[in-house]
Write a protein that binds this ligand. Structure first.
Ligand SMILES: [Zn+2]
Ligand SMILES: [Zn+2]
Length: 246
């Protein structure tokens, strides 16, 4: 099993960004992701068997992506969702390890996976004009010192050649953690919790970025807020999505 200690040793340079193992041979300097032969197959992007709107996954990873029944009945407030993979295995260990030990090269690896997810799922989308991170709760921001989604947004924006809207979307009131709540209370919990800078958003195509989509309630509320503020289109990207949409 992959431990947090291993994560701590993840370094850049001639080392695997996931486990820190020394890597022999020549490295592709252009590549954003450097993984050893052990980690590489454990960190493969999800290429099929998911709903392109909400990311709900089916067992067959080779299945052609199909809009699920739920999204047909009640489409999400975004036009597409890109994600790297299921919140499980090594990807989950990396995200968990990063949450508690936000140092070294791990953040860079996670950001690179986000870029890969965009290349895979977002390549056919109309290019966004602004990248906006889901704002972290101020209390969590104080505890962690930075917002991982903002760092991911910065790299994505650089790759896309568009600006980042770091302050465009803000939390305007306290919310309880979504996972602690029963499904029916989640929407109420986040409803009206965000405000968007209309001048920055009006008429623009926006890519909304978060690290993990668990219940999807926060991401949905952020997308709704941006659309209400006049965004012409909102698409979403997360690094990992939990397998069950609770
Ligand atoms: Zn490795
Ligand atoms: Zn769906």
């Amino acid at each position: 099993m992959f431990g947090v200690r291993d994560v701590l040793f993840a370094l850049l340079g001639g080392r695997c960004q996931a486990c820190g193992a020394s890597m022999a041979g020549t490295l592709d300097a252009e590549s954003l992701v450097r993984l050893c032969a052990h980690c590489q197959p454990l960190l493969m992007p999800r290429r099929g068997g998911y709903c392109p709107l909400c990311g709900e996954m089916v067992a067959d990873q080779g299945a052609v992506p199909l809009v699920c029944g739920r999204c047909r009945r009640d489409p999400p407030p975004w036009s597409g969702l890109a994600f790297f993979g299921s919140y499980a295995g090594l990807l989950r260990d990396l995200l968990t390890g990063f949450k508690f030990n936000s140092r070294l090269g791990l953040g860079r690896l996670l950001q690179a996976l986000a870029v890969e997810a965009y290349a895979l799922h977002g390549a056919c989308w109309e290019r966004p004009e602004l990248v906006i991170p889901v704002p972290l709760h101020p209390r969590r921001l104080r505890a962690r010192g930075f917002n991982q989604s903002l760092e991911t947004s910065r790299l994505l924006a650089r790759e896309l050649g568009v600006p980042v809207g770091a302050e465009v979307l803000r939390r305007c009131r306290h919310t309880r953690p979504q996972v602690s709540l029963p499904a029916r209370e989640r929407r109420e919990n986040v409803q009206g919790a965000f405000v968007a800078d209309e001048a920055a958003v009006l008429g623009r195509r926006i890519l909304l970025v978060d690290d993990i989509m668990t219940t999807g309630g926060t991401l949905r509320e952020c997308a709704r807020t941006l659309r209400r503020a006049g965004a012409s289109n909102v698409s979403a990207l997360v690094i990992a999505r939990t397998a069950a949409d609770g």
